[in-house]
Design a protein. Structure first.
Length: 424
């Protein structure tokens, strides 16, 4: 082993060095000052080892490449000067990575966003899995480690600014078509594609050259923008544990938003039971396929996970059931297993006396197409919050939770999403 630290491990094999990111304390890798210092030391170790011909950066965790900055990194920035200094140090570290004389490859096998994508952009080449569990983009709508300038070198200033400002997440195949990913492939071909790409580099070890002039002034603009952003986002967010997705989910509602959720569960391997044939779920799966997140075979497999039954007891073994009608929800809940959870999309969560286990009934409100508020009984708040927040978070939703008294119903300010939300 050429280099090892608490978070990074650098190994070599026949001239190919692999730098594995394995950051403890979070489900996926995230950067902070200490980890940037370790990355700097690892780059120095690569520079000092003449037998290394190619460097590969990849995750040592099964849940993603790098999701961005650790919440503690932002919380520790007491003022704009600290934020600018942090950004400047990170820019210098990634610039050293970019200027290594040997080819560098980012192997993106999971979530890669914000500062994590900036790390990948600092490499010469980027190879990425194309599936729904591996989106790429800048949902935080900011860069701080030189990512904006590097992205502009790859796709042009106008497209780069649009990618960052819109906060959209892309599949690897979409990113390849835009020009900031070099190769995209499905998971079953990952090892073959990586090996083939490294073999081609070994035969002709070329550094990737930027197509445009590096804008040093862009780094200063980025530091100033990050300092302003950090001052408004200094409060650390809670780290939710990763909980395996439920084996079976039921949807009794005709709500298009819930049917889209049904599809999102299905493409991630969950069996989904619907009360009837539904075009929204299948159209959602087709949308994933068209955007390059799924192969045609994977899309067909996801559709096969959608089954139909209007029998009340069909949801008996479901771990999670979504409903939007309280009367129907009562009948479903009475037939569910005691461990299942019931999420009711409703304006006012009341009349819970009809439920056998009202503590497991949650209210659900859509705030935007990408964010929801959950109303959870206070007696089971902590136990339920972690699992449901993780499940919905895995689907890309921002989740806000609030506790309700066990003895008093809670009024949710809105009900099924408006037409504008459904259309979005």
């Amino acid at each position: 082993m050429v280099f090892s630290s608490p978070n990074l491990h650098l190994t070599t094999d026949h001239g190919i060095a692999t730098l594995s990111l394995r950051f403890p304390g979070r489900p996926t890798n995230a950067l902070d000052l200490d980890r940037l210092c370790e990355l700097d030391a690892a780059i120095l170790a690569v520079e000092s080892t003449p037998t290394i011909r190619t460097l590969v950066l990849r995750s040592g965790l099964p849940t993603g490449f790098c999701e961005g900055l650790h919440p503690s990194a932002i919380a520790g920035l007491a003022n704009p000067a600290d934020a600018a200094a942090f950004s400047g140090f990170g820019q210098r570290v990634l610039t050293r990575l970019t200027r290594l004389e040997l080819p560098t490859v980012a192997f993106i096998d999971g979530v890669c966003r914000d500062a994590g994508l900036e790390l990948a952009l600092a490499c010469d080449y980027r190879l990425a899995l194309a599936n729904v569990a591996a989106p790429l983009g800048f949902p935080g709508r900011m860069t701080c480690l030189g990512g904006a300038s590097r992205l502009q070198n790859l796709v042009g200033m106008r497209t780069a600014n649009q990618i960052v400002s819109e906060g959209r997440l892309f599949s690897a195949r979409e990113a390849k078509s835009l020009g900031f990913i070099d190769e995209a492939f499905c998971e079953r071909r990952a090892k073959i594609e990586l090996r083939s790409f490294l073999d081609s580099l070994d035969r002709r070890p070329l550094k990737a050259k930027p197509s445009r002039t590096w804008r040093e002034e862009g780094l200063a603009e980025e530091r100033a923008s990050f300092a302003a952003w950090a001052s408004q986002n200094r409060e650390a967010t809670e780290v939710a544990p990763v909980v395996p997705l439920p084996a079976k989910v039921g949807v009794t509602s005709a709500s298009p938003m819930l049917r889209r959720l049904a599809a999102d569960f299905a493409v991630r391997g969950t069996q989904v039971l619907l009360v009837d044939e539904d075009p929204h779920s299948r159209e959602r799966i087709e949308e994933w396929r068209r955007r390059g997140f799924l192969t045609p075979l994977e899309a067909d497999q996801a559709k096969n996970r959608l089954t139909n039954s209007d029998a009340v007891d069909a949801f008996r073994d479901a771990d999670l059931v979504f409903a939007s009608d309280l009367e129907d929800a009562v009948s479903r809940e009475n037939a569910m297993n005691p461990r299942g959870l019931l999420l009711v999309e409703t304006r006012e969560l009341k009349g819970l006396e009809g439920f056998h286990h009202p503590q497991r009934v949650l209210g659900l409100r859509w705030d935007t197409p990408r964010s929801v508020t959950l109303d959870i009984d206070s007696s089971r708040f902590e136990a339920i919050k972690a699992s449901v927040s993780s499940w919905l978070g895995t689907l890309g939703l921002a989740v806000r939770v609030q506790a309700r008294s066990s003895s008093e119903p809670t009024a949710l300010r809105s009900t099924t999403p408006s037409r504008s939300l459904v259309a979005a």
